[in-house]
Write a protein that binds this ligand. Structure first.
Ligand code: CTP
Length: 405
């Protein structure tokens, strides 16, 4: 079952122009199976209406602290109900009230009564954001355990590009999901994940590549950040937003990916090679576009370095590979595990129904030494990623305790 299923989300909306994006955020939570209750400040209702949230699937929308038809002490009851309080957008005003402990309307009252996981997505004019008191308030809230996502540097309502724009709903959703994982077993540890295809240029307009979407690798980086790791995601060209809290290194070819992995390896606890690295590249790069001459053409290819096999010095403590197989999946995966000297290998078959290339779902089996086989039912890639990281952490712990002996 998906991690977000049946989670109780308190979505606070304060009065900023980013309020319209809170509708999309609500939709993402509802789509993931979570229950959402919305708390709006009066200022927020000038940007979006309570009806917008109700229509999009909010269980309840609360605006007025002193409405007649309400449960007694609703603010306390709601704060007991919520697994997480997400305030998006969080204006300088609500941030200031939270830092000072002021509860003078429904959202600030909820925020102060709530003692669970809190996530703020600040959004405001750049001058307000840079204001020393606002900065002090943000730092103070962080120091008492409040989590922040963004703001991003982007095009603001004031028609300039500057820091202050609310993070995109998908990023806020992912940060909330990381926090709801409640895992810290990789806190402070370095994790490298590779993702996506590599592209091997043939001439200035053509390349060889494969159908990898990068979604599995991005989900792994996302989940690893949720376990508290310092994650470096080395990514081939994909059409995906990097997950929150992850450092990204963009590469194109297998050789570039190889160099990036080798450079990042020192002091790494866990390497997960989820990238679909091209085995071959054109043996020559044509500086000019190749012209059509005849009905057939021969292409000379040259083997790319095998990144996993090449890792000797600075080898990460635990190394996990992927095996993409279209037949004899188990036998071939185990062969690769041994051949590449891996600790674990995650085997999948993209020709199976419902887990094709580009799908948000996957169905895998994790194989290890001594007959270890952990089959995972078809699930969202994020949930598969959590299971893969959990297995890797078990291995990391075993390895750590062996070394100490
Ligand atoms: N891999 C790698 N370097 C390569 C090719 C693959 O490090 N040049 C890694 C992949 O990231 C994956 C694992 O090796 O973790 C297995 O990749 P896969 O493409 O399934 O296998 P190959 O070794 O390329 O073998 P084949 O294509 O013959 O199945």
């Amino acid at each position: 079952m998906s991690l977000m299923n049946d989670k109780n989300i308190l979505l606070g909306v304060s009065g900023g122009v980013g309020a319209f994006k809170a509708c999309e955020l609500l939709r993402l939570f509802v789509k993931a199976g979570s229950n959402v209750r919305v708390i709006m400040t009066e200022a927020a209702t000038k940007f979006v209406t309570p009806l917008s949230f109700q229509s999009l699937g909010a269980e309840q929308v609360s605006v007025d602290m002193f409405a007649e038809k309400r449960e007694s002490l609703e603010h306390v009851a709601w704060s007991d109900w919520g697994d997480i309080l997400v305030i998006a957008p969080a204006t300088g005003n609500i941030i200031g009230k939270m830092a000072a402990g002021i509860a003078d309307e429904i959202l600030s009252t909820q925020a102060i009564a709530f003692d669970g996981i809190t996530l703020l997505a600040p959004a405001m004019n750049v001058k307000m954001y840079n204001n020393k008191t606002v900065q002090k308030n943000i730092k103070y809230l962080e120091s008492v355990g409040v989590n922040l996502v963004g703001p991003e540097t982007g095009y603001l309502a004031s028609m300039i590009t500057a820091p202050g724009r609310m993070s995109e709903p998908e990023i806020i959703f992912k940060r909330a999901r990381q926090l709801l994982l409640k895992r810290s077993s990789l806190k402070g540890r370095k994790v490298i994940v590779t993702a996506g295809p590599t592209v091997e240029p043939l001439d200035p307009v053509r390349y060889l590549s494969n159908f990898s979407s990068g979604k599995m690798g991005y989900a792994l980086a996302d989940a690893a950040a949720g376990f508290g790791a310092n994650v470096t995601l080395i990514s081939g060209p994909v059409h995906l937003e990097p997950p929150p809290g992850v450092r990204i290194i963009d590469v194109k070819s297998a050789e570039e990916m190889h160099r990036a992995v080798v450079k990042e390896c020192p002091r790494t606890a866990l390497l997960i090679m989820a990238a679909a690295v091209a085995d071959y590249r054109p043996s020559a790069f044509h500086k000019q576009k190749i012209k059509r001459h005849s009905d057939s053409m021969r292409l000379n290819l040259r083997a790319n370095p095998d990144i996993l096999k090449s890792l000797k010095r600075n080898r990460p403590k635990v190394v996990v590979g992927f095996a993409l197989e279209t037949r004899d999946v188990e036998a071939r995966a185990i062969e690769k595990l041994k051949d590449k000297g891996l600790d674990l290998i995650v085997a999948n078959n993209p020709t199976e129904k419902g887990v094709e290339f580009g799908s948000d779902f996957n169905k895998v089996t994790i194989y290890g030494r001594k007959g270890l086989a952990v089959p995972l039912e078809r699930a969202e890639k994020f949930d598969i990623a959590v299971a893969v990281i959990e297995e890797s952490v078990k291995f990391l712990k075993k390895r750590g305790s062996k070394r100490k002996k």
